[in-house]
Ligand binder design. Structure first.
Ligand SMILES: Nc1ncnc2c1ncn2[C@@H]1O[C@H](COP(=O)(O)OP(=O)(O)O)[C@@H](O)[C@H]1O
Ligand SMILES: [Mg+2]
Length: 319
């Protein structure tokens, strides 16, 4: 294909007319979205930097398009790798909005799918399932969580390849209206890309989501609480840090998701504490999480004997 870049507009070499990049930037309202991302998500520095870079690239690509400098749309499919609860889904949702504001997808919504949503159990079930998901995702971002489960070479009669074939096709042919994000653990994703070079060649941006540090998890906890009109008192803050330090070494620790779960349970305990106490409850008491609301967690149980409910048995977060 001959791109227009090889034949620039004859009348104007582009140096005199030009385009107002600042104006385009303001019009896209992209700054507000990027600032929101910075503010509302703790840490993730490398991810945030990459997103700013991608946004700049896409903005310039749009301007180049208006100047007839290219006919090739940039490839937008991405891979988000990292352990559970590192913010992949959350960032994908924001990425969908950013792409929408930059004029790359019509609607800017996010559709999350796993293998079970795409692959059927019987002959003839996979195509309609995959088609339905793709249809729902059109105009937005399709986030395929743990994408490597689509490919199970050990199962001879597996329908995963059917879904893979359809996805590859739509990633190629509907690039202007659907962005696919493949997500999962880094090592398994690497293996998956290795066995499925078709996917690898269609993914332009690989973003890696690191585990959070304790301080970042504390920041995430405070942010989650504040957004729900709760707050730790001084002793609860210390207790929660201790909780995290213990929880992080236990099985099934899932970064920010474990923080969310721990906060949900602290809220439950706070409510029960208040109900037990009865009488008039001051407004401040309704928002305050105290140390006891945290320390009642099993994570603080030292015996290690009674493990009926501990994370490694239940596969869930410690209560
Ligand atoms: N950096 C962050 N700052 C604030 N909240 C976060 C951050 N990362 C994740 N969360 C929250 O943690 C939870 C799990 O995040 P999620 O995006 O579902 O992780 P993943 O998709 O990687 O498993 C969500 O409630 C999300 O809002
Ligand atoms: Mg997720």
């Amino acid at each position: 294909m001959v791109s227009k870049a090889e034949s620039p507009p004859a009348a104007d070499p582009g140096l005199t007319s030009g385009v107002d990049l600042g104006q385009a930037y303001r019009d896209s309202n992209i700054d507000a979205l990027l600032d929101e991302l910075d503010r509302e998500l703790v840490g993730l520095k490398p991810v945030k930097t990459r997103i700013r870079e991608i946004a700049a690239l896409l903005l310039v690509a749009k301007l180049r398009e208006t100047q007839g400098l290219t006919t090739d749309r940039p490839t937008l499919h991405m891979s988000f790798t990292g352990r559970p609860g590192t913010g992949k889904t959350t960032v994908a949702m924001r990425m969908a909005k950013i792409l929408n504001h930059l004029g790359y997808v019509r609607k800017g919504h996010l559709v999350v799918a796993t293998r079970d949503d795409l692959v059927g159990q019987y002959v003839g079930h996979t195509a309609p399932k995959t088609k339905e998901v793709i249809k729902r995702a059109m105009g937005g971002v399709l986030f395929i969580d743990e994408a490597y489960y689509l490919y199970r070479p050990e199962n001879e009669r597996d329908y995963g390849p059917e879904a893979i074939e359809m996805l590859l096709q739509v990633m190629e042919n509907n690039r202007d209206d659907l962005v696919v994000v493949l997500a999962g653990y880094k090592d398994r994703m690497d293996t998956f890309f290795h066995s499925n070079p078709g996917f690898h060649s269609r993914v332009a941006h690989h973003l890696d989501f690191p585990d959070y540090e304790t301080d970042e998890l504390m920041g995430i906890a405070e942010l989650m609480l504040a957004s729900q009109h709760y707050e730790f008192d001084g002793t609860a803050r210390r207790a929660f840090r201790e909780y995290l330090e213990r929880r992080m070494t236990m099985p099934h620790f899932a970064n920010a998701r474990s923080v969310r779960n721990a906060i949900d349970r602290a809220k439950l305990r706070q409510a029960n504490r208040l109900v037990k106490k009865g009488g008039t409850v001051a407004r401040g008491e309704l928002t305050r999480i105290d140390a006891d609301d945290i320390r009642q967690s099993r994570v603080f149980a030292d015996d290690g004997e009674d493990s009926t409910d501990t994370p490694h048995r239940g596969g869930k977060d410690a209560v």
